[in-house]
Design a protein around this ligand. Structure first.
Ligand SMILES: O=C(O)[C@@H](O)[C@H](O)[C@H](O)CO
Ligand SMILES: [Mg+2]
Length: 382
């Protein structure tokens, strides 16, 4: 069996799907995406396929991973690692179909029967966010995630801090003590404001604060972790074991959030998770993405003892155009019960892509990262 062809599909809201075809007619799907940069990743995937992978035996995944990673000399970063990630997912999907087994069986078998999921809540005012939280808990979710703030000045006034505290207070009030609330700082917050915000949020017992600082400031994370009892999470903008090693070695995190479509795919995510296990760090895979990325995450969660909870983007606030389930021939594979999703037992990634729908939606993408500005016109983190 060898790889004969590939096709890429840019689809709404902001995703990119890869289809690999082999000489015996088996098809594998992957999701190589950087949100807002799909054309760039298309070019990177084309380079991997045209210059190396076409004509190769798809079963040698580790060898292909090494060749794709090391072979280019320049390595790492979101674009190259997301291209490798999507190819890697498609190779695992092919392997599962070849051996008639789910990917997690090939990776060692189940370490759990189901994985807990969390649900995003939007809303800017406390009342809105409280109502949104109640609605999701009524729908069965037991864990929620919200943004901490919109743009924040590097040194801001007391109301900026109290607004953030009021919002989580409204959520805690609405859902009680048995629901987990993650708070995403989104790398928007400067080091001094992290200390103030964390202190203000601490009384409401968040499950974690996420990206309290941007990954380029990970050298300050250990001190931030020392300054609060709130668990520290980060990782959606870290792309390999080599990017993660500093946060383990400096005891800077409690929870990592690698993205299976950004951090080198299933092969690399499993290794990152094993490194985390050695440091007593949990894993909550990042996934505001499409169905192939979510399926890939769940395959890793299934066989990873330190997987804690899974992000997913069903019914997420910015998916006005298209939802995860729209692309599946059988959406019941992602049905949630009591805030958990079952581990699928289908071959490969365990999903069947509705290719006709993918073709209909192809190219219908209009999503760009916004540019946020402070009052004085200067650019803010978003
Ligand atoms: O944790 C999350 O899901 C967010 O930080 C998203 O990754 C971000 O808005 C870019 O899509
Ligand atoms: Mg985030």
């Amino acid at each position: 069996m060898y790889i004969t062809d590939y096709e890429l599909f840019e689809v709404p809201p902001r995703w990119l799907f890869l289809k690999l075809t082999t000489s015996d007619g088996t098809v594998g799907w992957g999701e190589p995406i950087v949100e807002g940069r799909s054309h760039t990743v298309v070019a990177a995937v084309e380079e991997l396929l045209d210059n190396y992978l076409l004509g190769e035996d798809p079963t040698r995944i580790e060898d292909h991973w090494q060749a794709m990673y090391r072979g280019g000399f320049y390595r790492g970063g979101p674009v190259l690692m997301s291209a490798i990630a999507g190819v890697d997912q498609a190779l695992w999907d092919l392997k599962g179909k070849q051996f008639g087994a789910p990917v997690h069986e090939l990776l060692g078998g189940r370490a759990r029967n189901r994985i807990r999921v969390y649900q995003w809540i939007g809303g800017d005012r406390p009342a809105d966010v409280g109502d949104a939280a109640r609605e999701k808990v009524d729908a069965g979710f037991t864990a929620l995630k919200m943004n901490a703030t919109a743009e924040l000045r590097p040194i801001d006034n007391p109301s900026a801090v109290s607004d953030a505290a009021d919002r989580i207070a409204a959520v805690r009030e609405a859902v009680g003590e048995e629901v987990d609330i993650g708070v995403d700082f989104h790398g928007r917050v400067s080091k001094p404001m992290v200390r103030r915000l964390a202190a203000a949020l601490e009384p409401y017992d968040p499950m974690f604060i996420e990206e309290p600082v941007l990954p380029e400031h990970n050298d300050s994370l250990a001190a931030i972790r020392e300054s609060t009892t709130i668990p520290i999470a980060t990782g959606e903008r870290m792309y390999s074991r080599w990017d993660f090693k500093e946060v383990f070695e400096t005891d800077a995190v409690d929870l990592i959030q690698p993205d299976v479509s950004h951090a080198g795919g299933i092969t690399e995510m499993k290794k990152i998770a094993s490194m985390a296990e050695a440091y007593d760090v949990s894993v909550a895979p990042h996934c505001p993405l499409g169905p192939i990325a979510l399926a890939s995450c769940i395959q890793v969660d299934a066989c990873t003892p330190n997987a804690l909870i899974q992000e997913q983007s069903l019914d997420i606030h910015y998916n006005e155009t298209s939802d995860v389930l729209d692309y599946l021939a059988d959406p019941s594979v992602f049905e949630y019960h009591d805030g958990f999703v079952d581990i699928p037992d289908g071959d490969g990634l365990g999903i069947e892509i509705d290719e006709e729908h993918v073709r209909e939606q192809r190219g219908n993408v209009d999503w760009h990262n916004p540019v946020w500005r402070h009052d004085d016109g200067s650019v803010a983190e978003w």
